[in-house]
Design a protein around this ligand. Structure first.
Ligand SMILES: [Zn+2]
Length: 326
C-alpha cells in the first residue's frame, strides 16, 4: 500500500510539477471568473484575465499590465482562500504578461506556462519598443500616463525571469495544471509567433487570448493568415462560451459573427478596395462588438492595421516567420 501511494505521488509530481504537499481542495467552483481588462483612451490596455479554480489552487490566464488589474487578481485569491498555483500566458504581449511579477511576488511557486515565442520577441521586437518608449520620454512629449505605462513595460521586459515560461508548451496537448485538465492549443504565427488558446471541456469554454479581440483585432505582431487559421480551429471546438483577449464573453453565434467580420476585413484588405471601404466594412460588420463612443478610435486603429500590416508585404514577411534581431 505504501509503495502504491509513493508511486501515485511520483506520477503526480512527474505530471504536474506542483508541490505534493499542497493539499487538494475538496470543493471549488469550476466556472471561470473573468477579470475584465480596461482600455481607457489615455492608457495602454490590460488584457482580460480568466481565473480557473483547481484542486491545488488557482490558474490565472493572463495577468494584465497595470497594478490595479493585478490587485483584482490577488483580491480574488484572498477571497476564495486559495493560492495562485499557475499562470498561463496566452501570448507575450505586455498587456497579458506584465503582471506575472506582481503575482509571483506573493505566490513565488506559481509556474508560468506559455510557448517559447517570447524568446524571439526579446531579441528584436521588445527591445525596439523599449527604445521607442525611451525616445518618447526624452522628447518631453509623453503624458504622465504614457510615462507610467512605458516604465511598467520596461520593468516587465527587463524582468525576464517572470516573462519566460517555467513550463514551455511546444505543441497542442491535454495537460493537468494544479490538478485541473485543460486542452492547450498552440496557434503558430497568429497574434504572435506562437499563441496559446485554451479549451476547458468541463465548462465548454474557450479562452482565446488575442486571437479574438472584440473591437478590432490587434495586428501589432500578428500574422493575418495564421490568425485566420486559428479562428477556424477554434470554431471546430464544441464550446458554448468564448472569452476574448479584450471585450465581453461571446456565445458561439456571436463568435461566428465576429469571425465573419474578421474574414471580410482580410478579404477587403487583399482586394483593390479603398482603405476607407475596408474600415467602414469592419465598423459595420463588428458593430455589435464596438463600444458606444469608441467608433472614431477604432476607425483609427483599423486604418493603421489595413495600411501598415494587412497591406504591407514587409509586415507579413516579419510576422509570419520567426522574429529576428533588428
Ligand atoms: Zn491584448
Amino acid at each position: 500500500m505504501i509503495e502504491r501511494t509513493l508511486a501515485a505521488a511520483a506520477v503526480l509530481i512527474a505530471c504536474e510539477g506542483s508541490h505534493p504537499s499542497t493539499p487538494a481542495r475538496s470543493a471549488y467552483d469550476p466556472e471561470p471568473t473573468v477579470i475584465a481588462g480596461a482600455f481607457p483612451p489615455d492608457r495602454s490596455p490590460d488584457g482580460n484575465s480568466v481565473i480557473l479554480q483547481a484542486p491545488r489552487g488557482l490558474i490565472v490566464i493572463d495577468t494584465g499590465r497595470h497594478p490595479a488589474h493585478q490587485d483584482k487578481l490577488l483580491a480574488f485569491a484572498r477571497q476564495v482562500g486559495a493560492p495562485i498555483a499557475a499562470i498561463i500566458n496566452t501570448h507575450w504581449h505586455l498587456d497579458h504578461t506584465g503582471g506575472n511579477a506582481e503575482l509571483r511576488a506573493v505566490y513565488p511557486g506559481a509556474e508560468i506556462i506559455a510557448t517559447r515565442a517570447v524568446d524571439g520577441a526579446l531579441v528584436g521586437f521588445l527591445p525596439k519598443g523599449r527604445a521607442q518608449g525611451q525616445t518618447l520620454i526624452a522628447s518631453g512629449k509623453a503624458t504622465p500616463q504614457q510615462i507610467e505605462d512605458i516604465r511598467l513595460d520596461r520593468a516587465a521586459v527587463d524582468d525576464t525571469r517572470n516573462l519566460l515560461p517555467t513550463r514551455p508548451i511546444a505543441q497542442s496537448d491535454a495537460v493537468y495544471i494544479a490538478g485541473r485538465r485543460l486542452d492547450l492549443h498552440v496557434a503558430p504565427f497568429a497574434a504572435t509567433e506562437a499563441d496559446l488558446w485554451i479549451y476547458d471541456a468541463a465548462t465548454k469554454t474557450v479562452i482565446a487570448g488575442d486571437l479574438v479581440v472584440s473591437e478590432v483585432p490587434f495586428f501589432d505582431s500578428g500574422c493575418p493568415a495564421g490568425l485566420r487559421a486559428a479562428l477556424g480551429e477554434i470554431a471546430a471546438a464544441p464550446f458554448v462560451r468564448l472569452i476574448p483577449g479584450h471585450g465581453e464573453p461571446m456565445t458561439r453565434d456571436a463568435f461566428a459573427r465576429w469571425r465573419a467580420a474578421f474574414d471580410a476585413l482580410l478579404d477587403c484588405a487583399a482586394s483593390p478596395s479603398e482603405v476607407a471601404t475596408c474600415v467602414a466594412g469592419w465598423r459595420t460588420g463588428a458593430a455589435a462588438f464596438i463600444a458606444a463612443g469608441d467608433s472614431a478610435r477604432i476607425d483609427e486603429y483599423t486604418t493603421y492595421y489595413v495600411t501598415e500590416i494587412l497591406r504591407s508585404p514587409a509586415a507579413h514577411e516579419r510576422f509570419c516567420h520567426p522574429l529576428r534581431a533588428e
